[in-house]
Write a protein that binds this ligand. Structure first.
Ligand code: SAM
Length: 237
């Protein structure tokens, strides 16, 4: 997959791709990326990319000229183009899965009050929100989307990790423990030390269902009745 990120802060984007899972995915050739500096497409000597909003009001808006030229330079009209914005459709695991099937994505990082609507109308296929709150930077939001997408790509992380994690099958993940067996007087659940894989699977499923019920009643409500019943089985807290 090729990811092209249009930004006023390319160093911010570069640092993500230089770290951890993303860096490994780049090194192994699973993904390629480009960070394109929108300011390189400004036409005045100050590199101006933003201006006051028509109609008045607070803040500045990214101008369509430099951003449009940056988008043309990466042939965005031929590619699935994503604009992260609080007013977009909510990012979910299944939305990330759908995006992960694309060969190429272009992401536009907004700043200030956002970008000129004509850029959205002309170039953007997906307006995506990462949650019901407002960040000051499109870079963080774009990289959240990138991270949620690339980890689903073949070979980036193990199939087993993906199978067992939250939102798969509509459940949150069960609690995890590692050494030592006793920490701050709290013992790791006995079943996890038993070596009995059937019992461990059963315990994990029950804990997943309970956690989903406790933390995300909206997800719990969508589970089938058999799974819901597990939350109230004997031993449930
Ligand atoms: N004026 C905009 C509004 O009220 O919807 C908020 C602009 S925000 C300060 C600057 C940029 O950060 C946005 O253009 C967008 O790219 C990004 N951003 C902020 N919050 C976001 C969110 N929840 N999801 C996706 N992108 C977000």
């Amino acid at each position: 997959m090729t990811l092209t990120v249009l930004t006023l802060f390319p160093d911010f984007v570069e640092s993500y791709f230089a770290t951890s899972i993303a860096a490994r995915a780049v090194a192994r050739g699973f993904i390629e990326y480009r960070a394109v500096n929108i300011r390189d497409f400004a036409q005045d000597r100050h590199g101006t990319c933003d201006d006051a909003p028509y109609g008045g009001g607070a803040g500045m808006v990214l101008m369509p000229g430099p951003l449009g030229r940056a988008l043309d330079s990466v042939e965005a009209l031929k590619k699935r183009t994503v604009f992260p914005t609080p007013s977009g459709n909510l990012l979910t695991a299944s939305y990330a899965r759908e995006l992960s099937e694309e060969r190429e994505l272009v992401l536009i990082c907004g700043r200030y009050e956002g970008i000129d609507q004509r850029i959205v109308d002309l170039y953007v296929d997906d307006e995506i929100s990462i949650g019901d709150y407002v960040l000051s930077s499109g870079e963080l939001a774009a990289l959240v989307i990138v991270d949620a997408v690339i980890r689903l790509g073949e070979g980036v992380i193990s199939e087993e990790s993906l199978r067992e994690e939250s939102f798969n099958g509509g459940l949150l993940e069960y609690p995890q423990y590692t050494r030592p067996e006793v920490f701050a007087g709290m013992q790791v659940p006995e079943v996890l030390l038993s070596g009995n894989h059937a019992n461990i699977r059963e315990w994990r499923l029950r804990e997943s269902v309970r956690k989903t019920k406790r933390n995300r009643p909206d997800l719990f409500a969508r589970l089938d009745d058999d799974l819901k019943g597990i939350a109230s089985d004997e031993g449930a807290k």
